[in-house]
Design a protein around this ligand. Structure first.
Ligand SMILES: NC(=O)c1ccc[n+]([C@@H]2O[C@H](COP(=O)([O-])OP(=O)(O)OC[C@H]3O[C@@H](n4cnc5c(N)ncnc54)[C@H](OP(=O)(O)O)[C@@H]3O)[C@@H](O)[C@H]2O)c1
Length: 317
């Protein structure tokens, strides 16, 4: 299995993993179990996805049935925005481990560089973006406090690796000024409509591995009604032409465009056939010219932008 070697720990992160956003509670345990059976080793979860307990059930069944050992798996989760204060980082990460039923995360990411007012998990979990009255409440926790607590998670063995998500260059450089442990991974929206070339180059320079999310661009956002009406990448003429040439699916072409450049992917599918096919995306190579042709579709289209929730959290402004 193709992997990316993480700089500080030397741990190998699979280049293709399985994303757990919008995998329903009812199907999550079976989906994770079947994904492990199909060969997936990396699972990308988050407190916000509301399915950590069910994902953990799938893992537990796979371990019990002897499909894999814990050390064969790479389990990622993320810290939600309402838990950025030092003590909340610590207590939530441990609570999340309990939900998964595991004793360490391979990777724990700060989900967004946005700090929102604490919501007690016994009151509502996951808390999402809003208070009980439907309004967004900000909290003044600086990233330095949050990152310090993330580092303590490493020292305590809660997380082997820590990283960032949805961060841009200036914030990454700021974290590096005080980091005892540098971010190992940066997870960002990245697809041919949003190629993020400068951010990828900076991450390479700094030795931070990049994971692309929403590799199929608008597809993930259609069901949420926020795909901005842009034509599907899965049916784009240029992508279809390459899929025909290589006898692959358009999804596999889109994933290979990232993985061939060392960018990890975490496609999500609730369909077993698509899930299996996505994992097999590394079985062919595109030419440099073809990689560049796909990159030329870039229109800087960002689909996952918190500015749409509240203009005060326009982190990509
Ligand atoms: N850090 C963050 O803020 C953040 C944000 C978004 C996502 N993520 C992570 O990234 C993962 C992937 O991103 P994503 O869920 O937004 O989107 P995605 O994987 O790009 O796309 C998922 C959509 O594509 C469809 N699909 C999957 N495989 C397909 C195939 N082979 N052919 C045709 N359609 C296919 C899925 O439908 P079916 O299920 O019906 O197949 C679903 O509608 C998430 O699950 C999550 O783990 C992280």
């Amino acid at each position: 299995m193709a992997t990316v070697v993480l700089k500080r720990t030397g741990q190998k992160m699979p280049l293709v993993g399985f994303g757990l956003w919008k995998v329903t509670k009812a199907t999550c345990a079976d989906t994770v179990y079947n994904a492990i059976k199909a060969g997936y080793r990396l699972f990308d979860g988050a407190g916000d996805y509301g399915n950590e307990k069910e994902a953990g059930e799938g893992v537990r069944r796979a371990l019990q049935d002897g499909l894999v050992k814990r050390e064969d798996l790479f389990i990622t989760s993320k810290l939600w925005n309402t838990f950025h204060a030092h003590d909340h980082v610590k207590s939530l990460a441990k609570m999340q481990l309990g939900l998964w039923g595991i004793d360490y995360f391979d990777l724990f990411l700060v989900h967004f560089p946005i700090s929102l007012k604490y919501v007690d998990p016994s009151h509502r979990y996951p808390p999402e973006w809003f208070g009980d009255d439907g309004k967004v409440y900000l909290q003044n926790t600086p990233m330095q406090e949050t990152w310090g607590a993330m580092e303590e998670l490493v020292d305590e063995g809660v997380a082997k690796n820590i990283g960032l998500s949805n961060c841009q260059g200036s914030l990454i450089l700021d974290v590096l000024r005080y980091a005892k442990y540098e971010p190992q991974v940066l997870q960002v929206e990245l697809h041919p409509y949003l190629t993020q070339d400068a951010l990828v180059d900076l991450s390479k320079t700094l030795g931070i591995a990049v994971t692309a999310y929403s590799s199929f661009g608008p597809q993930s956002y259609v069901e949420l009604g926020i795909d901005k009406g842009i034509p599907s990448l899965l049916q784009h003429n240029s992508v279809e032409a390459l899929a025909t040439k290589y006898k692959k699916s358009t999804a596999q072409v889109l994933l290979r465009w990232a993985t061939q450049r060392g960018i990890a992917v975490i496609p999500k599918s609730n369909n077993l056939d698509r899930l299996v096919a996505n994992l097999q995306c590394n079985s062919f190579d595109l030419t440099d010219q073809e990689l560049r042709a796909i990159s030329s579709l870039n229109v800087n289209l960002r689909l996952n932008d918190p500015a749409a929730i509240d203009p005060r959290i326009s982190i990509f402004a």
